[in-house]
Design a protein around this ligand. Structure first.
Ligand SMILES: C[S@@+](CC[C@H](N)C(=O)[O-])C[C@H]1O[C@@H](n2cnc3c(N)ncnc32)[C@H](O)[C@@H]1O
Length: 269
């Protein structure tokens, strides 16, 4: 069976196909189920192929992240958890972020949850020389690795890493009254509501935009048996009760929710 998809409909389809095979259902039906799976995969691949290619340092960062011996470093106790490169934003989502940062002419960007620096470096690539990406990461192993991977690019110098629990870093930035034009939140999902609240009320510059990654979270938020008060589902349910924002959930990869203050958009759309 192929690796698990982010789309629960495809995973369900694969289960049904496996069951059909075990029941000896006619081959035409099995082939039909496989054709649906292939079409869904082709859609993702097509989007990738119709997206600009990564810069050389970015391509190298992505390759090195994919090939890193994550299992070994975890077993050696170097990382806090067994990291999977699927956590990485990648080239397609990276370009979505680049477009948002570049179209908004953002000069100060904040990221919550860095991994190996894919999104951080990507956003830095489209920012002016005096632009800055501040990114928060809890795992010291990732901080060292990302620093090395990003510093192979001339844009790496625009990225400042804050090591430690994101909530502490965000509180520290708020105390210093720092403001950001664009904020990308992509760390632990139980922290989403807290990260959003402090980012929205303290750190977002006037006219700024927040992007929350994994808003579809593998389909969990819209599955019937999904607990409403956990992680991304809780966050999504909280967002729709707010009267002071506009929001849109874009079904790109695992879902990206964009959020802006109503006062920044009223009369401009
Ligand atoms: C999905 S990955 C981020 C992917 C990254 N934005 C990219 O572009 O590839 C989530 C990251 O958040 C980090 N993280 C998890 N909990 C955290 C916390 N409480 N504070 C800071 N970082 C955290 C993880 O170590 C991991 O590197």
């Amino acid at each position: 069976m192929s690796k698990r998809s982010r789309d629960p409909a495809i995973n369900k389809l694969r289960e049904v196909k496996a069951e059909a095979e075990s029941l000896g259902i006619p081959e035409t039906i099995i082939n039909g189920l496989q054709a649906v799976d292939d079409l869904a995969t082709a859609r993702e691949d097509y989007c990738d192929s119709k997206t600009s290619t990564a810069s050389e340092p970015m391509a190298a960062l992505i390759k090195d992240t994919l090939e890193h011996p994550w299992q070994n470093v975890y077993e050696e106790g170097k990382t806090a958890w067994n990291i999977t490169p699927r956590m990485m934003s990648g080239n397609l989502e990276g370009y979505v972020l680049k477009f948002l940062v570049s179209a908004s002419k953002s000069k100060n960007v904040l990221e919550v949850g860095m991994l190996t620096g894919c999104a951080a470096l990507g956003m830095a690539e489209v920012m002016p020389d005096d632009g800055k990406v501040v990114t928060c990461e809890i795992d010291p192993y990732l901080v060292d690795l990302a620093r090395k991977l990003m510093d192979r690019s001339p844009h790496g110098k625009k990225v400042e890493i804050l090591t430690g629990p994101a909530i502490e870093s965000l509180n520290g930035l708020a105390k210093k009254n720092q403001k950001f034009d664009f904020i990308f939140i992509d760390a632990d999902k139980p922290g989403y509501c807290d990260y959003f609240n402090i980012c929205f009320s303290e750190l977002l510059a006037p006219g700024g935009t927040i992007a929350m990654d994994n808003a579809l979270f593998g389909g969990k938020p819209y599955m019937e048996d999904s607990p409403p008060n956990e992680g991304v589902t809780k966050f999504n349910n909280m967002i729709v009760t707010r009267k002071d924002i506009y929001y849109v959930l874009m079904p790109i990869r695992d879902g990206i929710m964009l959020i802006r203050r109503k006062e920044d958009m009223n009369g401009t759309v």
